[in-house]
Structure formats: C-alpha cells, structure tokens
Design a protein around this ligand. Sequence first.
Ligand code: UD1
Length: 359
Amino acid sequence: MKKILTVVGARPQFVKAAMMSRVLKDDYEEILVHTGQHYDKNMSDVFFEELRMAPPAYNLNISGGSHGAMTGRMLIAIEEVLLSEKPDAVIVYGDTNSTTAGALAAVKLGIPVVHIEAGNNRGSLNNPEDVNRIVSDHTSSLLFACVESAMKNLRDENLADRSFFVGDSMLDAFLYYAKIVDIKTRTDFTDFGGNRVEIPDDFYYLTCHRQENANEHLLQILSAAQELDAPVVYAVHPRNRQRITELQKEDPFDNISFINPVGYLSSVALMKNAKKVITDSGGLQREAFFAGKPCVTVFNYAWWPETLHGGMNRLVKPDKNDILDKLSQPVEMDPTYKPFGDGHACEKMKEIMEQYFGK
Ligand code: UD1
C-alpha cells in the first residue's frame, strides 16, 4: 500500500483533509501532520472531534511569529518527519504557510507533492496567501483546481500538463454536513467570557480574519454591522479579539453578537440560517454561494470570481457605506450554475492520484 503524508495547519484544511481522508482510507496509508499553525481549541481540536478525524500522527506545535520564521520552522520540522516516514507523496491544501512549508520540504527531498485547491492566485506577490499558492503550485507534481478560473491561471502559468479541474472539496463537505446540522441543537456559541450566546432567528453572519483587515478596516466593518436592519453574529478570529475589546470601550456595538470562533458544524449551521454574509474569507464566500446566501467580501480581489455570478458575492471596500450599499443590492441566483463541481471532488482526486502514483 502506498503511503501518503498530509500536511494541515489551519482550520479550512482540517475540513478538506477530513473529506479526502475518507476516500483515501481503504487504499492508502495516510500519515497526518498538523503543523500547529492554528492551535486554539476552537480553531483546531473541535474540527478533529466533530469531523471524526483521527488525531494527527505528528503535531509540530509551530505557530505565530513572522511569516518567514513560521514557515522556516515548519520546513525544518516537516523535513524531519518526511525523512523518517519516507512517504510516496505529500498532500497540501490551499494557501497557508503550512501549505508552502509542506510543499517545499517535500519537493526538496524529491517527494511528489499534490496541491489541492491550486491555481487561485492573482499573479501578484503582494499578499501572503498569493505567495503561498504560487510557490505551492510551482513545486507540485499534481495540481487540483476547484474552479475553471483557477485552471485558466494554471494554464497561463504553463502548469496545464499536471493540472486537473475536479471541483471543490469544500462543496463535498458542505453538501454532506448541511443536510445533517441543525442550529437549534448547536451549543457551542459563546461570548469572550465563555457564556452561552443565543443565535437570533434573523441575522447576518460576519467573519473577518485577514491581516489586511485587522486594523482601521475592522472599525469600518463593525460600524456597518452596527447599522444593519437585523443583528449580526460575528465569529471572531483570535487575532482580532484584543482589538475588538479596545474598540468596545468607545462603542459597545450592541447590534453585534461577538462570539468565539466556531467549529465547522456550527459555521455550517450559521450559514444555513443567516440572511446574508459579510466576510473576508475565501472559504466562507464559497459556502455562502453553496448555501444560496448573498455575500459581500471585504477585499479588492475575488479568488473565486465564480461566486460573483448574479451579484451573489460582491467585493466591497473596507468602508462602512460601501458595505451597506452593496449588501442592500438585489441578487439573482441561477440554480443551474454549478461552477464548483458536483460534490464528488474527493473521489475524482483519488482516481487521478491512482493513475499517477498507483495504489
Ligand atoms: C491563515 C492563512 C489563511 C487562511 C486562514 C484560515 C496564512 C498566511 N494565512 O490565516 O490563508 O485562510 O489561516 O483561517 O497562512 N492565532 C491564535 N490562535 C489560533 C490561530 C492563530 O491566536 O488558533 C493568532 C496567531 O498567533 C496570529 C494570528 O492569529 O497572531 C493569525 O494567525 P495565522 O495563522 O498567522 O493566520 P490566519 O489569519 O489564521
């Protein structure tokens, strides 16, 4: 049996890896390595528990610090694991520092890399996620794109011979879990003090984690949320907790329920029940599209331009008025438009891997 080593580190990667592990498990030995990039219970452990993932074989406990330092420490530690495990291939996901470290460590040892969610970059080197995706794409032997626009980028970068459009493993996960989650049975919505928070019937769902939106932009986003016609549930990434506590000294933002980060199932439940979504996350803008919820994305570029179809997702400036204006505009959902595949991306990736590596 061939041995695959999977490197994960940040919350969306846990979800994708859980879906992929299920299809790999009968035919491959899989070794899971958690870099430790996300380490809070709500950012990490809860995903493993809820998605019934086996605990990682290795937890490298590497997080924080500058991007270079974090990536460098991961590279050193992953190389050691690769030297002792000697896998036949390494799987990495998306665009995080864990992705780049995993891909670089493997390719330098001559181990083929499979990059899942390849190709979504804007060809610029101005943003850490774009840098991570470009480096990972160019060091991988097999590239799986979840949308056609990503395939186009890969063709333009002369990577067509190793690239495949398979659809989005996040859609596989969303279709599977959205059927079974019920917001009424979720009990993990808590405020910063750990007290249970009731989710209203009618609400907007807000997330914001990008470093670009951590400072002045955050105040604009909160000011917009404060003026909306229904309460806003904001699942706060740990990087913003302290800043929010400071801003609340000036204004309590009483239209916003600030809650701790939620696990995947509660996030799916919030998505299913929200009226609209405000985010800067690539994953959440796709899930809003899967759920048919209008979304605004506080960023100047759409990594998934497919979500912009019919105004379902609109890019907004980090500006209160722009956010409120774009959120109020009508949208047109075309139920026949399925750019993220058919919910069977993981099976397709496994078939292609079998052709490439054998079983
Ligand atoms: C990272 C990825 C981003 C991905 C996102 C998913 C990079 C460059 N960015 O962004 O592509 O979409 O994950 O959520 O890899 N922190 C905690 N507790 C945690 C995790 C982080 O307090 O459990 C703190 C860190 O110490 C750091 C900050 O939050 O100061 C940002 O975390 P980091 O891992 O650098 O990036 P993310 O913003 O989560």
